[in-house]
Write a protein of this length. Structure first.
Length: 386
């Protein structure tokens, strides 16, 4: 059987070798190459578009020292004497000298390198001469554009036309987010906007990537049902416990009720994992029906459960790590200040654990929901019938 499958795969590979890429694919690739080159050129010559002065570092002289901090620990320090050229504004082309001190932790400072571009503030006298210059921040747009171009190249290389559709869905979702922010700034209710936005996220992402078909419809239903069910369970449990054990200290700066914002976070964070599970299950069931239209529902359920069980553990771990990774800086800061790990978990990580737990519940529930939804939609006869 393995030999037959291998021969079948090699036959398909040989058949596809001589195929020429269609004109649409070539056009998309050329457009993306042009856009990528244009973006690289733009960020290399965009200094004049900034209002703040920008300087490019040409040379750095360093000397090292040590400093005792408030906790009594010795931290290595580095003093940098910098020469730079101003890239824009009134003093464009002038050379300046700057001083920079960077610590080992780099909590509130920058470790600068030659060819880095930095935002600076300048002071001048009546003769229009620079009297002092101070470093404000690092200009990071080049690094961001480089990473975006690498991401686009990899997703197209691995995903092909599906990868391109994924990029389109990302752009559409970003536009939805900005629309929600714009409407919220005009006084619309954030909870209602977030629910509508989440539904649009699901529909737009799945329709763009997977197309208009029964597989997509079953994934949408599974995602919506799984998210709604997990939110209902979370709401009932939290209400019965009267928010006991959940601390909102990290949300004290908000001007809105933290409970409301927390539920919005749960919805947005949960539906991403559930959507991934739902489309994986529905795609697998669709593929099984394509290979064997006469397959019975019991075999479909058994195969889909095996797939769901394999994905379930990894997706739950993904949620846990994703939420905890965002708290790593504050965890390290609190540990450095001598706070016990039990206090950190109870006060600072209660929200992260709650988000991960509710998201995992949604993932587990979405598996059977999507399985039976997909069977009902993709097969004409009823669930459970052979």
């Amino acid at each position: 059987m393995t030999k037959n499958l291998l021969n079948k795969y090699l036959f398909k590979l040989d058949a596809n070798i001589g195929k020429q890429p269609n004109k649409k694919t070539v056009l998309i690739i050329l457009i993306l190459i042009v856009v990528s080159l244009a973006s690289l050129f733009f960020i290399s010559t965009n200094e004049n578009l900034y209002g703040n002065p920008i300087a490019k570092i040409t040379s750095i002289t360093e000397n090292e020292s040590k400093e005792e901090n408030s906790t009594g620990k010795i931290e290595p320090m580095k003093n940098q004497k910098i020469e730079a050229i101003i890239m824009n504004g009134t003093f464009k082309g002038n050379s300046i000298e700057l001083n920079n001190t960077t610590s080992f932790s780099q909590v509130n400072d920058l470790d600068l390198k030659v060819n880095d571009e930095i935002f600076i503030s300048l002071q001048s006298n009546d003769n229009n001469e620079i009297t002092s210059a101070k470093i404000l921040d690092l200009k990071r747009d080049k690094n961001v554009i480089y990473m975006i171009n690498i991401f686009i190249a990899l997703i197209l290389l691995v995903g092909g036309i599906k990868g391109f559709k994924s990029l389109v869905s990302v752009v559409v979702n970003i536009l939805i987010v900005f629309s929600i922010i714009g409407l919220f700034s005009k006084g619309y209710d954030l909870a209602i906007l977030s629910i509508i936005g989440s539904i649009l996220f699901i529909i737009a992402s799945l329709f763009i990537v997977s197309g208009k078909n029964k597989k997509t419809a079953s994934a949408i239903i599974g995602t919506l049902a799984g998210t709604l069910t997990s939110m209902l369970i979370a709401g009932i449990v939290i209400k019965l416990n009267n928010w006991s054990g959940i601390h909102f200290e990290e949300m004290e700066f908000l001007t809105h009720p933290p409970e409301k914002i927390f539920f919005i976070e749960l919805i947005i964070g949960t539906l991403g994992g559930i959507m991934d599970i739902a489309i994986s299950i529905s795609s697998a069931i669709d593929e099984l029906y394509d290979k064997n239209p006469n397959i019975d529902s019991k075999s479909i359920i058994k195969s889909a459960r095996e797939i769901g069980q394999d994905i379930m553990g990894t997706m739950s771990n993904t949620l846990v790590f994703a939420y905890l990774s965002g708290s790593m800086p504050i965890i390290l800061l609190l540990l450095r200040n001598g706070l016990p790990i039990t206090y950190i978990i109870n006060i600072n990580l209660s929200l992260e654990f709650m988000r991960a737990l509710i998201g995992s519940i949604g993932i587990v529930l979405s598996i059977p929901i999507t399985i039976f939804t997909s069977i009902a939609i993709l097969k004409k006869h009823k669930i459970g019938e052979a």
